[in-house]
Design a protein. Structure first.
Length: 150
């Protein structure tokens, strides 16, 4: 019985964080796509991150006569963190700067999705950069939580 209660607590506390695809972390948002993207962009800037680009994929689809549920991409980073990752494995540069998509699924739920740094570490054969990876992972988790929470 105790194990069932512990498992239930874990499931309930982890519900907002879902990983449907390997390497991706999906966080449920309490806001619409635009507001979630606005909140994320503001948080990133407040924390000293460079927001390089914000792409509205829905607008792009509309311009070519197609439809796409609300989808926005933010590209952001900071060389203080990215450079040490590239020093661990220079091929990491293909996955940097960081990216986050904010999108609405077919049921109307909004998600914020970003690359799992641990997955990227495996992809690029990074070994021995645990402190940097942990820092990135915690920062991304905090950014996502702040952008998606009520």
């Amino acid at each position: 019985m105790r194990n069932i209660i512990i498992a239930l607590i874990l499931v309930l506390t982890m519900a907002p964080l879902v990983s449907a695809e390997p390497g991706l972390i999906n966080v449920k948002s309490s806001h619409d796509v635009k507001n979630t993207a606005d909140r994320l962009e503001n948080i990133l800037k407040e924390k000293g991150m460079n927001v390089f680009l914000r792409i509205n994929h829905t607008e792009g689809a509309r311009k070519v006569g197609q439809e796409l549920r609300p989808t926005e991409l933010l590209i952001f980073g900071n060389p203080k963190v990215g450079t040490p990752l590239m020093q661990c494995s220079q091929t990491m540069a293909i996955d940097l700067p960081q990216k986050a998509i904010i999108w609405q699924d077919e049921s109307g739920q909004v998600w914020l999705t970003y690359n799992n740094p641990q997955y990227l570490a495996k992809r690029h054969g990074i070994d021995g950069c645990k402190a940097v990876l942990d820092k990135v992972q915690n920062a991304l988790k905090n950014f996502a939580k702040a952008a998606t929470s009520p």
